[in-house]
Design a protein around this ligand. Sequence first.
Ligand code: MRU
Length: 345
Amino acid sequence: MAELNLPVTVCYLDESGARHIRKGVAFSPRGVLDILDQTRLPESVVRMSLSTPLEVFDAIKRLCVRGAPAIGCASAVGLAVCAARFEETDGTAFMERLRKTASFLKSSRPTAVNLMWAVDRCCAAVAGLARPADICQKLLDEALDIIEEDFRLCRRIGDFGAALLEDGMTVLTHCNAGALATCGMGTALAPVYRALEQGKRIRVYSDETRPLLQGARLTAWELAQAGVETYTICDNMAATVMRQGKVDMVIVGADRIAANGDTANKIGTFPLAVAAKYCGIPFYVAAPFSTIDRSLPDGTGIPIEERSSDEIFHCPGVKVYNPAFDVTPADLITAHITDSGVIRF
Ligand code: MRU
């Protein structure tokens, strides 16, 4: 079986410096959220310790931690370590501060629904509790549960997706929906990793993913760590590479999936789906259940993050439009690879 060398994206660091990704650790006012700083990859592998609402918010906003499931996990651990530092001793005041911190963290990025899902899940878990110490312990337990669950869900997505991959196939992917975007082996890249573990040889074309280069910096880096043959291509080469017959399947991740299957993912995903349809190549979206937002009937209601003009090269005096995500209509998606199977909406 192939040995995968995948990074630990998010964990809880206790005061002795031990890292935790499983429930069963006592909360401490000195515990911190520990993340791999993805803004520094691939040049440097540097970790960050975060313990205040502003630090956690800023790390999510600046994409030090990014990718829908990883943002969910980081916000959950972040909420727990922040709460463990609250001075309020009265249960009602403590809960009020928790609610404010939760909505502040949820406002860090608008598109990935896993962020709201994880924070709301942690708040719901402590709803019946009154003692601050009990609330803090439950918040940490729930956050580590979310991490553990994400690890399992990624593997299940990997198993369902790997069944679609035959030895020698080539996958094209966009942005980074791998281990760095989750607390497991990723979503879009999980089928590749599971296929590799099963002894299949899979090649990957990784779009560079303008403007922040998640594909060139992150996907290529983690695939290389795992020993997967990888080609980085510029975004504007993807359609040609598909038309040249070099790609058997496109697999991408998702930030939010509406009830009808319309899917928001990194800007540039929609044109890939159009090109794949034209070329007759299957186009899959891989995501856990926490990315599905059944409150939205279709993709028109998905909030799309617009980021700073500084991220795009531009001449002085010229305006910039920088949406970070686009929405791919369900009818361009062959199927969604989820933790409960390959489904068609
Ligand atoms: O802006 P990012 O880097 O957070 O965007 C990430 C993506 O678009 C991913 O494809 C998506 O979050 C799925 S991650 C498993």
